[in-house]
Design a protein around this ligand. Sequence first.
Ligand code: TXA
Ligand code: MG
Length: 325
Amino acid sequence: MQKTEIGTDIEKASILLKDGELVSVPTETVYGLAANGFSESAVLKIYAVKNRPQFNPLILHVANVDQMRNLVIDIPPIIEKLIKAFSPGPITYLLPKNSTVPELVTAGSINVAIRIPDHPLTLKLLSDLNFPLAAPSANPSGYVSPVTAIHVQKNLNGLIPYILDGGECTVGLESTIVGINEGVLQIHRLGAITIEQIQMVSGKKVEMALSHASPSAPGQLKSHYATSKPFYLGNINELSVRFSDQKIGIISFQKSYTELNPAEEIVLSYSGNLDDAASMLFKALRKMDESEIDIIIAERVPAIGIGLAINDRLERAAYKGNEGV
Ligand code: TXA
Ligand code: MG
């Protein structure tokens, strides 16, 4: 295939998707790798291009709640409330699928993950299609998710025909995933919509359903979001002593560590704003991977609100580097 084209032509994206091709689409969270969610042959291309195991199911993206209703047996009232409050937005709902949704999309589960992304280009595209878009994050399986069209092109050049360029993703972390089990709301992945927000709107206590090896959300495997370079998470002063013989890249939350003379340094938010830190994180991981350094060291951010989701991604990125340590 030719070099992957980047552009803003919704019509072109729509034609390719109707033809069963893959198109990378912007969302407010991260870029997706989209295909016709009703076409098994199109969905198979997603698994192949990402090198993703077929036991790891895909999120379906729709333009509105009516399109969502067409894919599920039922939307419980408590989820309806969440949809009203948070969608379009960075949240995905796990709901019992109906027969229109191929097994390949849900990896055999009775539940399908669905979300309404909050991005004008992709909402326009979705409202032009008579099928949902199956779309995982547009990175090779296990690597850091892309938040710009250029990130996608770097990873998937020549493997897909088109990237719809919607600028830089504003949220910068994947959506919160929420399901319901015997009437109890469960968080399957932390994201920008926080536990507190979900509890506030639902009026119910929310459970965590995070399990690192759970087949219910295989994307929760610990080694996700890994950089190519070794990545250590902890106390930056201590880590810099431990690796003083190496060229270090530092990712810190608010404070600069220039006194440690790092070869590269990224401060996620000088003002200590967690939303800004979230939108910087994946850019920072990729920048470090491209820098002339040997290892990356980073610290956790305050564990409140979206900070929990940031720490979750940092811990997963660090897993390989910290193995056995
Ligand atoms: O923000 C997002 O959610 C982005 C954008 C592109 O929408 N998408 C995304 O997709 O992060 P992906 O495939 O990288 O992560 C989806 C996660 C995976 O961990 C997958 O296992 C889980 O959702 N998932 C999808 N369908 C599921 C299902 N039916 N049951 C349980 N988990 C599911
Ligand atoms: Mg992903």
